[in-house]
Design a protein around this ligand. Structure first.
Ligand code: C2E
Ligand code: MG
Ligand code: MG
Ligand code: MG
Length: 282
């Protein structure tokens, strides 16, 4: 009997594997068409300066508007887009759309004239030799000043192929484009390793911010990251701020920028325009 139930378990496992494989290959096929069919959209989440409570910019976050699946989160398709190499073309679309949209807002709203846009780059993009050519063409086409573009690279990506990444970083910095390290605290990079990169900001991973409750120990971790950023001469941005308590602690710890549901969720363009027009102060 034991043998039988064991067999049954394997059969079930195989069926699940099979369903998963089918799901992924269908997802890949659909993703291939999504660009051509203009099914991607960007949502934008405001980034706030804690000293003034003003919006200083937005992070562009991709979504996939699939006719059957509805609005699909990047968590469900970025990995497969990376595995298939599709991320390079999708990423180029994101860069262009984000720059175009920010330029439009800068022209439309006087309080948006100094906003920046943060764009997430996949590991394949930051290693792409043609990255700077692509970025320059996009900035020219969209008439966005390079100053207002910030590229986000995760800490784990920074740990790969340093030489290749460094070459692109140098080209990026030479054009005054900003660089931010995303999801910081999860990748075990050392102070000296970080110091060798020309970074402008560091984003404290949401996992650390969300654990900042009454627990003093977790606040200490965030304090350490903020101090690390400051000792590198760069600013820290806290991701995933959800509660007034977290905000209060972050202010006390001298964190200069924050982003999270407490201020706003990632918003569609219409909602962003209402937000900018209301010129909020937090
Ligand atoms: P990320 O770059 O770390 O972006 C922050 C994520 O945290 C976003 O999830 C955002 O919606 C979410 N978030 C923001 N504030 C809060 C909060 O207060 N609480 C909680 N629980 N979550 C919050 P999203 O939009 O689902 O994006 C997930 C990830 O997908 C991003 O993480 C980024 O790694 C990737 N991604 C998104 N757009 C792009 C893109 O255009 N290109 C690439 N390569 N990756 C992207
Ligand atoms: Mg990001
Ligand atoms: Mg992040
Ligand atoms: Mg994150």
């Amino acid at each position: 009997q034991a043998k039988e139930s064991g067999k049954g378990r394997y059969a079930l496992f195989d069926r699940e594997m099979y369903a998963q494989t089918l799901y992924l290959s269908q997802l890949e096929t659909d993703l291939r068409f999504a660009l051509a069919r203009q099914q991607f959209i960007l949502h934008y989440q405001p980034i706030i300066a804690l000293a003034t409570g003003d919006i200083v910019g937005f992070e562009a976050l991709i979504r996939w508007q699939d006719p059957e699946r509805g609005l699909v989160s990047p968590r469900e398709f970025i990995k497969i887009a990376e595995d298939t190499g599709l991320i390079v073309l999708i990423g180029e679309w994101v860069l262009n759309e984000a720059c175009r949209q920010l330029r439009a807002w800068q022209l439309k709203f006087s309080n948006a004239s100094q906003y920046h846009i943060s764009v997430n780059l996949a590991s394949q993009q930051i290693k792409q030799p043609s990255l700077i050519t692509i970025v320059e063409r996009i900035l020219k086409d969209t008439e966005l000043d390079s100053n207002f573009l910030k590229l986000e690279i995760t800490e784990s990506t920074l740990m790969e192929e340093k030489e290749t990444i460094m070459e692109n970083f140098a080209q990026i910095k030479a054009r005054n484009i900003k660089l931010s390290i995303d999801d910081f605290g999860t990748g075990y990079s050392s102070l000296s390793y970080l110091h060798s990169f020309p970074l402008d900001t560091l984003k404290i991973d949401r996992s650390f911010v969300s654990r900042m409750n009454a627990n003093q120990e977790n606040c200490e971790i965030v304090r350490t990251i903020i101090n690390l950023a400051h000792s590198l001469g760069i600013d820290a941005i806290a991701e995933g701020v959800e509660t007034p308590y977290q905000l209060e602690q972050l202010r006390k710890l001298g964190c200069k920028f924050a982003q999270g549901y407490l201020f706003a969720q990632p918003l569609d363009t219409q909602a962003v325009e209402l937000l900018i027009a209301s010129n909020p102060k937090w």
